[in-house]
Design a protein around this ligand. Structure first.
Ligand code: PAF
Length: 282
């Protein structure tokens, strides 16, 4: 496995065989089983697979503690190697954003809702760095997790709007046995918070049951049920509970079509997100 922070080396490897298909797995490191599943899928569906490890400063707010973001480089490289990744790009901020850098990629309409409302500018940083990674690696397919649902909706729109020549593949959320979605932030939970954290998935599951099994079509009723479950959980503070269109991310009154049920919850100091997507609700 080649590990490099050199863009020319990435390009040379990428174009050594122009007929080879390439999968790309962009990450910020601190890998868990969710990332591993993306890497394995990229390896299995392409001739070659490239992963990137870069804690992108432009998607963090000045108030976020960028320096505290977990960095586990050797573990991450071992994980990618075991998955069969061919190439890992590990740039520094100076390589990605050299002096004089000043270009942004703004996706209108959907970046200021849900997560974007609470993390202004976050998705502008994501689209900026992912555009650069797409241009550097020029993958055939790029792999992202459903766990960051809004990120996938934003990036899909960017790919469509800017005619990127690649398939964006969204892979299912990987969960612990009790339903908690894998996240690099789970490591910050105390034992009690960890014991309570599966409530996020339980609340989403309850919401999905109301819609699919019980035929509830009033979105506010579903949001209320989510709020109730979170508010009954010790140490949990609901940030938002959303039942929105999976395409426009607008909050719904009447449930119909592709639905994104999502929530953000603070458990002590740790902010967790999770979601479920329902297709073709009639
Ligand atoms: O999902 C992430 O880890 C990041 O947002 C990404 C896509 C690697 C861009 O920095």
């Amino acid at each position: 496995m080649l590990v490099t922070n050199n863009i020319d080396e990435i390009r040379q490897a990428r174009w050594a065989d122009p007929t080879a298909s390439w999968g790309l797995v962009p990450t910020m490191g601190a890998l868990h089983a969710g990332h591993l599943s993306l890497a394995e899928r990229a390896v299995s569906e392409n001739d070659k697979a490239c992963a990137t490890i870069f804690v992108n400063p432009t998607q963090f707010a000045p108030t976020d503690d960028l320096d505290k973001y977990p960095r586990t480089l050797q573990h991450d490289l071992d994980t990618f190697e075991s998955a069969g990744i061919d190439l890992v790009f590990t740039p520094t901020p100076d390589i990605m954003y050299p002096a004089g850098f000043g270009t942004r990629v703004l996706v209108d309409g959907i970046t200021d809702k849900l997560e974007g409302e609470y993390r202004p500018g976050h998705f502008d940083g994501v689209t900026q760095v992912v555009t650069k990674l797409f241009n550097i690696v020029q993958p055939t397919r790029a792999y992202f997790g459903q766990k960051d649902a809004q990120q996938t909706v934003v990036l899909k729109k960017m790919v469509r709007d800017l005619n990127f020549n690649l398939d964006l593949i969204v892979c299912p959320t990987v969960r612990e046995a009790d339903g908690l979605a894998m996240s690099s932030r789970n490591r910050y939970l105390t034992m009690t918070q960890r014991a309570n954290a599966p409530v996020l998935h339980a609340a989403l599951q309850r919401a999905a049951d109301m819609i699919v099994e019980e035929g509830v079509r009033n979105a506010e009723k579903v949001r209320q049920a989510i709020r109730k479950m979170i508010n009954q959980t010790p140490e949990a503070k609901l940030i938002y509970a959303s039942v929105a269109s999976g395409v426009t991310l607008d909050e719904l009154e009447k449930i119909h079509g592709e639905i994104l049920i999502s929530l953000a919850v603070r458990l002590g100091e740790t902010r967790l997100i999770d979601n479920l997507m329902l297709k073709d609700v009639e």
